[in-house]
Design a binder for this molecule. Structure first.
Ligand code: MRU
Length: 348
């Protein structure tokens, strides 16, 4: 499928000296784009989830350094701006990874270097996601009922998707998957984004409330769970959208395989385990309101961690662009990171 034929436009591009983002806040009502022509507007776009999803944040980080280096005359200022972008959201490993890649390229080759690196990261994202899809296909039987959480499709990346990319690969291979899409409270990435993507691609998807997942498993209506990741620690603990851990517990209880799909850039070997992951806490009004309408009494107290950590022992396998990693992850993951860096693994 060429980029032009893809039913979902790229989430992030460099256009006319600025970053053009597909504005995920407007979906599914409107397919709209925003232009970030300075660092402030990019940081705002990241914080308010106009651009979101770990791999998309990686590309946004690298393009952010290109943007900063186009605007700011001094190297010192570019470095400060880069640090600000990297901290806009703390949990996804890819954001700081993308910023670091952009900054290295900037230190070597100035603005042109940073822009070339960001452009390459964006193109590479789609290639790597297709490889994740091809490897993940080995785990998806014909006519499987697959449950997923949040949005891990093209919108969460530059294109194609990671966990939803595996479902897409199964669909494109004629395996007729059926997807249960968790709505994903509080910000409804499943309802708004995953359902929109599946509609565009033609994947048979059914929206369910987050609370329905365990009952579906108990009824034997889920063959496998596949989710993405924001950060994978060296021991295989997985930080992902809040609610993922509960799914993994339910999957283990019902003997349903629980898979994680992510590019090697999400694996952070410097984070020893889930305890060391910084979980972003977001404003309580994301819980007390739905689409700006208040659903809790005025003044209600709310606690809103955006992510949780699933312990490695509940993870059946982790699919990367280098293949399928199994437990013990402390041993299997470094090879995936190494092979991904060498970029030589052909799809199966
Ligand atoms: O808060 P979000 O929407 O950025 O959270 C996204 C997720 O939790 C995704 O599952 C994760 O980033 C993987 S995206 C391929």
């Amino acid at each position: 499928v060429t980029a032009a034929a893809d039913p979902i436009p790229p989430t992030i591009e460099w256009r006319d000296g600025a970053i053009r983002l597909l504005d995920q806040r407007a979906l599914p009502t409107k397919l709209a784009f925003i232009r970030c022509a300075d660092v402030d507007s990019l940081v705002d776009a990241i914080e308010t989830l106009a651009v979101r999803g770990a791999p998309a944040l990686g590309a946004a980080g690298a393009f952010g350094v290109a943007l900063a280096s186009a605007m700011l005359p001094r190297k010192r200022e570019v470095r400060t701006a880069a640090a600000r972008i990297a901290k806009a959201r703390p949990t996804a490993a890819n954001l700081a990874w993308g910023v670091a890649r952009g900054l290295e390229a900037f230190e070597r080759g100035g603005h042109a270097g940073a822009l070339a690196a960001a452009t390459e990261i964006a193109a590479d994202d789609v290639r790597r996601n297709r490889r994740i899809g091809a490897h993940g296909l080995t785990l998806v039987p014909d006519s499987a009922s697959i449950l997923t959480h949040c949005n891990t499709g093209a919108l969460a990346c530059v294109g194609y998707g990671t966990a939803l990319g595996v479902v897409r690969a199964a669909f494109e291979a004629g395996r007729r998957p059926h997807l249960w899409a968790d709505e994903t409270r509080p910000l409804l990435q499943g309802a708004r984004l995953t359902m929109w993507e599946c509609g565009r691609i033609g994947i048979d998807a059914t929206l369910v409330a987050d609370g329905a997942a365990a009952a579906l498993m108990a009824a034997g209506r889920v063959d496998l769970v596949i989710v993405g990741a924001d950060r994978i620690a060296a021991n295989g603990d997985v930080a992902n959208k809040i609610g993922t851990y509960g799914l993994a517990v339910a999957a283990r209880h019902h003997d349903v395989p629980f898979y994680v799909a992510a590019p090697a850039s999400t694996i952070d070997l410097a984070t020893p385990d889930g305890d060391a992951v910084v979980v972003e806490e977001r404003a309580g009004d994301e819980l007390t309101t739905i689409a700006s309408r208040r659903v809790a009494p005025r003044g209600a107290s709310a606690f809103n961690p955006a992510f949780d950590v699933t312990p490695a022992r509940l993870v059946t396998a982790i699919v990367t662009e280098s293949g399928v990693a199994r437990s013990p992850f402390r041993r299997s993951l470094p090879a995936h990171v190494r092979r991904a860096a060498e970029d030589v693994t052909p799809p199966p």
